[in-house]
Design a protein around this ligand. Sequence first.
Ligand SMILES: Nc1ncnc2c1ncn2[C@@H]1O[C@H](COP(=O)(O)OP(=O)(O)OP(=O)(O)O)[C@@H](O)[C@H]1O
Ligand SMILES: [Mg+2]
Length: 458
Amino acid sequence: MKDTILIVDDRPNMIGLVKKVLQGEGRLVTAPSGRAAIDSLRAEPVDVVLCDLRLGDVDGLEVLRECKRLRPHAEFILMTAYASVDSAVEAMRLGAYDYVTKPFEPEHVRSVVLQALARVAANRVAEGTGDGMEVLPGLYAKAPSMVALAELVSKVAASTATVLLLGETGTGKERLARAVHALSPRRERRFIGINCAAIPADLLESELFGSSKGAFTGAMRDRAGLFEEADGGTLFLDEIGDMRLSLQAKLTRVLEERAIRRIGESRERKVDVRIVAATHRSIDRMVRTGAFREDLWYRLNVATVRIPPLRERPDDIELLTMHFLREVCAESVGRPLALSPAALEAICSYRWPGNVRQLRAAVERAAIVAGGERIEIGDLPPELVGAPGGEPADDLTGMAWAGALEKAKKRFGRRYLRSLLRQHEGEISEAAEAAGVERESFYRLLRRHDIDPSDYRE
Ligand SMILES: Nc1ncnc2c1ncn2[C@@H]1O[C@H](COP(=O)(O)OP(=O)(O)OP(=O)(O)O)[C@@H](O)[C@H]1O
Ligand SMILES: [Mg+2]
């Protein structure tokens, strides 16, 4: 992936000049204000920031602080006038890579940016994070299934194809929808999201398509709907599985004709909107039972992306835990925290029915309640640690019956044998007798379950 350079200046001709100088050196993103710069930093991966000191709203030093927090791996270059050398010094103290004073030689700026890009690349290698971390803007993953998904999504994003996101609650469907927009040629235009399950069914239609004055009681004036507002951009229809059938029919027509009609109006208005839809429901089953229109399903099922639940990507559990821990420490705890190995193990073996959202909340809670330098197992939410002696959290429901039974038997066997040995302090004959098993067979059981009886002797 190309490196991203964010250019921040409130004067368009300055942005134009810098863009010309940096042509071809990376993906160039621009922001006309400090706030816009911070939004960009939040929304997408940025590798180098070239930022003016004086901006209309928040100043360059504030952007620098946010940059260090949101994109700790990015390098920051401040642009200042001679008069503000103090600020340049302050910027270096805050961790800026360098500063350039205005007016500047274009070649000089180019070479400073190139050096910063080289530093970013070197840091990446040193940390071994490579590109495997932030696989899409705002999405961190390293599980092979997610890396493959990210590749597919970046390809699909460039087109105008409708994207359908399927996945359990909290798997990152909304994040992914935003990433599709951020990577598409429509990124400068609006991304508008609407949750079809949260809006009363009779309001949803006018929300989407708009209405003319007097179309229904309470329609005081002509109003554009979200389709019109998202014109040129992306419309995210969240929880589309909850849309009622009559509206599904209307939506199908709109998608076919690429035109909408405001309620109470007869004229059609062309709209150019990219649709990303999502649902946590099993929509193919809904199609089979008639709860979801088949023709709409065909319209939506163009580029379908299934996000696997977190329990099916164990590699990501650890990566996201560490990622959220760093984030939470910087944002709300104010000091770095480590994680005890036992706590990490508990996190990694939990089922995470609420997926990434639940993981983030659990890490945040643990970080806040942790008293010392380290998160201990006792700081974790109780459901993770489980009732003593209860079933360990597991991923059995993701497996077929025969395999699940086999795995459960193994687990039970280990637990049983271990507690028996503990009770008899590693005395085989006693333990075997208690189990009602011949001594030789008991040894075989221990070997099969990979247990060493000497661990239990005094
Ligand atoms: N791969 C990821 N990397 C970083 N953060 C993630 C990732 N996946 C999800 N998140 C975070 O987890 C939370 C839940 O994500 P999101 O809202 O996108 O899920 P969702 O699938 O839309 O959930 P729901 O079905 O409940 O609406 C958000 O805070 C999001 O930022
Ligand atoms: Mg969502």
